[in-house]
Design a protein around this ligand. Sequence first.
Ligand code: UTP
Length: 289
Amino acid sequence: MKVRKAVFPVAGLGTRFLPATKAMAKEMLPVVDKPLIQYAVEEAYASGIKQIIFVTGAGKSAIENHFDHSCELEQTLMARGKDAQLKELHDLIPTSGSIIYTRQNQPLGLGHAIWCARNIVGNEPFAVLLADDLIKAEKPVLKQMIEKFEALNASIVSVVEVPKADTSKYGILDADALVDGVTKIRGLVEKPAPENAPSNLAIIGRYILTPEIFEILEGKEVGAGGEIQITDAMARLLKTQDIYGYRYTGTRFDCGNKAGFQMANLAFSLERPDLRERLIPYIKDLLNN
Ligand code: UTP
């Protein structure tokens, strides 16, 4: 079955970015001049996704507005002859009906946010993208994963090798070493201490899941950090289905933390010739003083 739908959980509180996220969604933080959520939505469309599902929460209306027309702004741009900017704004607006919004009434965890999309996803495999994992890749990472899904016909999570000391920040795989970027998962542990981590393969924010995950999430089992964790639900899904870890090809920026977010801004800025020209001498100057 084809992966046609992608769920974007965007209802988290973004506490690591306070006060920036007090009145603004973390997913609206810009890398250079584009919000994180736009990079993720563009990745989904470039991977063949047809239906976008946002799981939003309180105070996230900027996301809805971002993907809609802004009549006043558009009229002003038109009157001022700013055609390029006008086109850019039009291009980012998906066809009516291709985005659906649902609401997570309380931020009870990522697993719970995904469960909130169950009636919209229905009985078919679907993708999940966490916008704070920004991945620069020649072939979109979700597209890489969809190809693997079509070959393996099983749920897939994207993984990255992390230093042992960092295992307590991630869902960690119990699995053999990767072969051609893929490994069959034996077990999953959410945020294990380094001494208890079964590997250094950490789950990052791209998943393709089969709909049976919703039946497990229905149990609303609370896990690490008092939250309903998708990792725990996947660990249970493993009892009846295979799940694979996939090491994507690309460069990932963890924009959920401040250092990763600044690195993304630097890397993406330095790719723009006009910005690069101004930034390189400035950085050199900063480092020398
Ligand atoms: P994070 O673990 O990064 O949590 O969520 P957070 O609340 O966004 O940020 P911090 O840790 O407080 O700084 C990963 C993704 O899951 C979504 C978030 O919006 C983010 O995209 N999420 C998390 C939800 O949609 N609902 C939740 O209850 C929790």
